[in-house]
Design a protein around this ligand. Structure first.
Ligand code: GMT
Length: 379
């Protein structure tokens, strides 16, 4: 099948999922066309089956805001016609589902009925999408997609609760491509990061408010008072500067490494002992799943879709949002006994295997086939 994939090309989870899905589909013989404003960060494999088409928005002095959706929908029309793309899979509702709908309408004028599959990822529903300024457009774009998927049962429930949805939503969880993720480094550079007796605690995110970054720092502060430890803070975002200030105030700056965005997540996870994800809300928690796949147990909040990924007392522990004391206590419990830590590490790897990409890609393929058929018969 010829599939156009629209996503955010950045380090965020929805872009990562879209890219890894596209690459996996290409290996199964599909022709994949990524259509977005820059090359997706995990797209390292342009080949005969994988194409990337850049959406450019020319500057015009009259515009205070450049009309990206307009440029995207025009580009979608052009690419569908030029390459014979048979289906568009858009990740993150805003503005992708809206732009895809406009492209669909333009193509219908020319007798082409392109199916649109929309995958809801998280804040496109829970934070941004449900804002009154966007809500009517988001509701409309979801109801007018040919198929809708959400990355967790929790996100599906949120969508049905927050919007007036008339469409069936299929839950298709996020996944790990174990053939791309390495966890068996022979040169895992733990020594460069910490002393032998120090535990390595890691947090990876886009450092937005929703990630509760001050809680990450406070949990680490409590841990290092009981157990020698280092904190790896990976990613960039608006809360990073505040986090550095808090580390300074708590006098732990010498125990914290701020990496910025990294293309070497697997390398960082290979020397990590524990992963922290105390988010305010999280539809799935792909970063936690990636940590688990590298054998890193997770201390998280029990919000949104995280309990579908991190299993209480097995791959880690979950606490109420902002319950820093409970999260610290659980972290210290796991880290304070070597055998216990080993058990949690093994459990984390085992739990992550349930999300192997091989189990998930066929679910998307089945949705594509069903949607394509429905569009052909005009349903
Ligand atoms: O919604 C966001 O924060 C952005 C989005 C992304 O593009 O990174 O993250 C969401 O989608 C990820 C991939 O499906 C999920 O793993 C994240 O849990 C989800 N983030 C939130 O719900 C906060």
């Amino acid at each position: 099948m010829k599939i156009g994939i629209v996503c955010y090309p950045t380090f965020g989870g929805s872009g990562v999922v879209a890219t890894e899905l596209g690459l996996a589909l290409s290996k199964r013989g599909h022709e994949i066309h990524f259509i977005t404003y820059s090359q997706p960060v995990r797209l390292d494999l342009l080949g005969s089956n994988v194409h990337y088409h850049e959406v450019t928005v020319p500057e015009y002095p009259l515009f205070l805001y450049q009309p990206y959706e307009l440029a995207l929908s025009s580009k979608l029309v052009d690419m569908v016609k030029l390459y014979g793309i048979e289906l568009l899979h858009v990740h993150y509702a805003i503005p992708h589902a809206y732009a895809a709908y406009m492209a669909k309408m333009m193509l219908l004028e020319e007798g082409i009925n392109i199916p649109i599959v929309t995958t809801l990822h998280g804040t496109d529903i829970t934070l941004v999408g449900s804002h009154p300024f966007y809500k009517p457009a988001v509701t409309f774009s979801i109801n007018n997609s040919d198929a809708v998927t959400s990355v967790s049962q929790s996100l599906k429930d949120d969508t049905l609760r927050l919007f007036d949805i008339k469409k069936e939503i299929d839950v298709v969880p996020n996944f790990i491509d174990f053939s791309r993720h390495k966890s068996d480094f022979t040169d895992c550079q733990r020594d460069a990061m910490a002393k032998d007796d120090e535990m390595i605690i890691t947090h990876i995110s886009n450092f937005r408010k929703v990630k509760n970054i001050p809680d990450v720092v406070k949990i680490f502060y409590n841990i290092q008072q009981k157990i020698p430890a280092k904190l790896m803070m990976v990613g960039e975002g608006p809360e990073k500067a505040e986090a550095e200030k808090l580390c300074k105030k708590l006098d732990i700056l010498d125990k914290v490494v701020f990496f910025g965005n990294s293309h070497e997540i697997d390398r960082i996870l290979c020397f990590s002992d524990l992963f922290l994800l105390p988010s305010q809300t999280e539809s799935f928690g792909l970063a936690a799943l990636e940590a688990m796949s590298s054998g890193v147990p997770v201390i998280s909040s029990n919000t949104g879709g995280i309990p579908e990924v991190n299993i209480q007392g097995v791959s880690g522990f979950l606490s109420d949002v902002n319950d820093v004391e409970d999260m610290s206590k659980n972290a210290i419990y796991i880290l304070s006994d070597k055998e216990r830590l080993e058990t949690f590490k093994l459990n984390a790897t085992r739990e992550s295997a349930k999300f192997a990409i091989e189990n998930v890609v066929p679910q998307y393929e089945a949705i594509y086939v069903r949607t394509l058929k429905n569009c052909l018969v005009g349903k």
